[in-house]
Design a protein around this ligand. Structure first.
Ligand code: ATP
Ligand code: SF4
Length: 323
């Protein structure tokens, strides 16, 4: 299966007063072409750091200490700023939780949508027509009229539709959706999820989808990657992982409140205990202090145990947890 995105052993450390905070440690994951892959994990697990590393938008105190990031077989972890600008405009686009992150508040929607077509050698009127057609496609009422509107004149849901329209217009190979529905109510959330599904089918891109909402991941994604304290602890087809988790952390997330697979919630269930100190992560399994299955062997780093491929979990007792 071709891979649109392949992250291999990616490590990122933040310089802090307490020492180097190892926010990502040897993170590996892949997004196969045409698939939707969800990333889930509680606050602080490293989701934003991962997105920042993919887009080269990490804060100044961050350093990539190792690993590679390949987009359609091209190594992008070491890409030049110029190549990266091209990639971000062409091969990789992003929809953020807050659409105002990507929309300019003082420029009309129409001009912003024309500006992103700067590579296309077509006239102003044609660019406008394309922009309006894309707005219509994402369900915007009066799409032509909306071209002269400014972002603040639209509701949050409509702004997110504009952000999706702009991301889709670039026909990216990879669309990164960073909690795009978290700020929306449940009805709008369903509409945006449906829209993302349709857009994925139409342009054939792969989607990397970050969410706290297990139900949305279950509904939208083909695969899920579960992160804990800077590591990927489990990955596999959504139905495999959610129905028969093999890592105790994933099991806890689901067990804590199975209703969360259906209800909209702003955060993941809370699991007793807290995240380890990432300036001095414990040896062996990173989940050990909170794990009901922990035994002596867990002071050694757990291997990746493969269940039904591509389902695997980083746990000494994965087979037992999987049942
Ligand atoms: P959230 O869902 O709350 O955004 P997250 O899963 O995206 O969390 P990150 O924001 O990537 O997690 O944070 C991973 C770890 O890195 C956390 O321990 C966090 O405190 C730390 N961290 C994030 N940004 C910085 C920074 N600029 N300087 C120092 N530490 C940071
Ligand atoms: Fe728990 Fe041990 Fe598995 Fe870690 S390796 S998740 S401590 S059982």
């Amino acid at each position: 299966m071709t891979k649109t995105l392949e992250v291999e052993r990616l490590s990122v450390t933040y310089a802090t007063r307490e020492g180097g905070l190892q926010a990502l440690r040897e993170v590996s994951l892949e997004v196969p072409a045409g698939q939707i892959v969800g990333i889930v994990g509680e606050s602080g697990c490293g989701k934003s750091t991962l997105i920042g590393a993919l887009l080269h938008l990490l804060p100044e105190n961050a350093t990539r200490t190792g690993g590679s990031i390949r987009l359609a077989d091209e190594e992008i972890a070491t890409a030049s700023p110029r190549r990266l600008r091209d990639l971000r405009g062409q091969d990789m686009s992003v929809v953020f939780q807050d659409p105002m992150t990507s929309l300019n508040p003082v420029i009309s929607i129409g001009r912003q949508m024309r500006d992103i077509q700067y590579r296309d050698r077509i006239g102003h009127a044609e660019k406008n027509d394309r922009a309006a057609a894309m707005l219509a496609r994402v369900g915007m009422p009066d799409p032509k009229g909306k071209l002269s509107a400014y972002p603040h004149e639209l509701s949050g849901g409509m702004r997110q539709r504009v952000a999706i329209a702009m991301a889709a217009m670039m026909m990216p190979k990879l669309l990164i959706a960073d909690e795009p529905t978290t700020a929306l109510d449940a009805t709008l959330e369903i509409q945006i999820i449906e829209l993302l599904k349709e857009i994925q089918k139409e342009i054939g891109c792969a989607i990397l989808f970050i969410s706290h909402h297990l139900g949305v991941i279950a509904e939208l994604c083909d695969r899920v990657v579960v992160m804990y304290a800077g590591e990927v602890v489990e990955e596999g087809a959504v139905e495999e992982v959610f129905l028969r988790p093999a890592h105790p952390y994933t099991q806890k997330l689901i067990e804590c409140d199975p209703g969360r697979l259906k209800r909209k919630v702003a955060s993941l269930p809370s699991i007793p205990g807290s995240l380890p100190d990432l300036t001095n992560p414990p040896a062996g399994c990173i989940f050990r202090a909170r794990c009901p299955y922990a035994t002596d062997i867990c002071i050694e780093r757990p291997p990746r145990v493969t269940l039904t491929p591509p389902h695997w979990a980083a746990c000494h007792h994965a087979q037992e947890v999987h049942g």
